[in-house]
Design a protein around this ligand. Structure first.
Ligand code: ADP
Length: 478
């Protein structure tokens, strides 16, 4: 099958979070299953790795006319990549600009032309998050216009030009981000007729890319079965809960995997010693090294956090619970960056308490040492579509202590591979950590570590589920 992926991020070229990880790993796994995949993404100013071969400029439709974009390509791990170049993407960051929706509408409008330039005719479209979510609508509305036109031509004795659009999947990695903009200007960017401003896509004069994607995609997927359910509730749907309810029949949850080569304690260059289930000494060595660097007492159980410091992640609640956790006997280490007020609080706590230490930066190498060296990982998320950090922690024999939400609930078994708590309050988190503490150092804890390390979170498992979904869509579409 020929599958076209479209995403604003793809690891190892660009990444701010889990979206980049997924789009970086899933296509390679699909290629191993025998599929042909083309991944289209913006050509950012600072691609983190590799240099695409520049093919040339093409004219693509945009904002009532046409516009030139550059096309670059490279191949990696059996997958073809196409990069869409434009001044709009040559900025310091990937996101965070007032014209983000316009920028990604431009990206979306370039996709069919870039695929054509790369001579790729897809059997299926797979778009990710709001950034490319308008693609199914743009293509289907274009074909509808063409078929109206061809009906007219046929009735007038002219040629028929009926096109068709391959089935489209939209994956929602995080429903909090939706791509909202003014309806009239958005229709203009997308070269669509103003008569399309229907309730199904637009409301209150606003256009919403994620909502449009949900309406026009043949299948909506999200990154865990539990988050698929949660999206239909006001707490998690961020205003789209009624849409997700309406589209429940085409909404599925497929868990993410992790790159088990990159995250492998038996072969991890960031660790002082490798380790695996039958040779666990290296985990102690990693803890010693981490404690030495962090200035923490290595004899105490170590509870770590590796996270973006954003409201979603509940780090404020963790900090509220910090004193209670230290009282229980834990040392705490936080690796994270983001919200300035959270960073300030973390700095203050680390200075005030010898049992708390932190590194306020994004540091992939150090993250490996933290996952290996910690005894437990705290993940107190307000919501968590899938979550990768608990999967990585388990692979390193580090026990997650997590809020029972989204993918955390799907991937952690309370008392077997980790500890879960329901309500996001400091005292609930401390009570959950107390349960972990009472098991720490016992044979139960050791058993839990080995059960956690034995779990299969490989991408292969997820890729097979995506493949089944693609097959059901392409077979029904004929
Ligand atoms: P999200 O995508 O919402 O940030 P996920 O758990 O899905 O959350 O993925 C987070 C990824 O980013 C994980 O691979 C995690 O190890 C990594 N990460 C988060 N913060 C840092 C940091 N400060 N340094 C290094 N890696 C980090």
């Amino acid at each position: 099958m020929r599958i076209l992926f479209a995403s604003s991020e793809v690891h190892p070229y660009s990444k701010t979070g889990g979206l980049g990880d997924v789009v970086g790993a899933l296509p390679a796994e699909l290629a191993r299953l025998g599929h042909e995949v083309l991944v289209l993404s913006p050509w950012y100013r600072d691609l983190r790795k590799g240099r695409p071969l520049w093919i040339g400029d093409i004219e693509v439709p945009f904002a009532g006319g046409t516009d030139a974009v550059g096309v670059g390509t490279l191949e990696h791990d059996g997958v073809r990549f196409g990069f869409v170049g434009h001044e709009d993407f040559r900025r310091e960051s990937i996101y965070g600009y007032p014209d983000d929706v316009r920028r990604f509408c431009r990206f979306t409008m370039a996709l069919p032309g870039v695929a054509e330039r790369l001579e790729f005719v897809p059997d299926l479209l797979h778009v990710h998050d709001w950034h490319s979510a308008y693609l199914p609508m743009v293509l289907k509305e274009r074909v509808r216009d063409e078929s109206l036109l061809s009906e007219k031509l046929v009735s007038e004795g002219g040629p028929a030009r009926l096109g068709s659009v391959p089935p489209a999947v939209l994956t929602v990695h995080n429903a909090q981000y939706q791509g909202v903009s003014g309806a009239a200007e958005t229709l203009h960017w997308l070269n669509l007729s103003a008569s399309l401003a229907t309730e199904a896509v637009f409301s209150g004069g606003s256009a919403n890319a994620l909502r449009a994607g949900c309406s026009y995609a043949d299948q909506i997927s999200t990154v865990s079965p539990n988050y698929a359910e949660e999206l239909t509730e006001p707490e998690f749907g961020y205003g789209l809960e009624n849409d997700f309810q309406r589209f429940r029949h085409k909404l599925v949850g497929i868990l993410n995997g992790i790159d088990t080569e990159e995250w492998n304690p038996a072969n991890d260059p960031h660790l002082p010693e490798p380790y695996s289930l039958d040779r666990m000494n290296g985990k102690g060595a990693a803890k010693r090294k981490l404690c030495e660097v962090a200035g923490l007492d290595e004899d105490k159980p170590l509870l770590a956090v590796v996270s973006r410091l954003a409201e979603q992640k509940g780090i404020d609640v963790f900090l509220d619970a910090a004193a209670g956790l230290v009282e229980q006997g834990w040392s705490l280490f936080l690796l994270g960056t983001g919200d300035a007020s959270l960073e300030r609080r973390i700095r203050e706590l680390s200075e005030a308490d010898a049992a708390i230490s932190s590194q306020l930066s994004y540091d992939e190498g150090h993250a490996h040492l933290v996952y290996a060296g910690a005894d437990a990982l705290a993940i107190p998320s307000r919501f968590e579509p899938c979550g990768l950090s608990q999967l990585i922690a388990m692979r390193y024999g580090t026990i997650p202590i997590a809020r029972a939400t989204g993918g955390l609930r799907d991937t952690i078994e309370d008392g077997r591979t980790g500890f879960l708590f329901d309500i996001l309050q400091p005292e609930r988190l401390t009570a959950c950590a107390a349960r972990a503490m009472s098991s720490y150092g016992t044979s139960d804890w050791k058993k839990m570590m080995s059960t956690a390390m034995d779990q299969d979170f490989s991408w292969k498992r997820s890729a097979l589920q995506y493949e089944e979904m693609y097959r059901s869509l392409t077979s029904t579409s004929g």
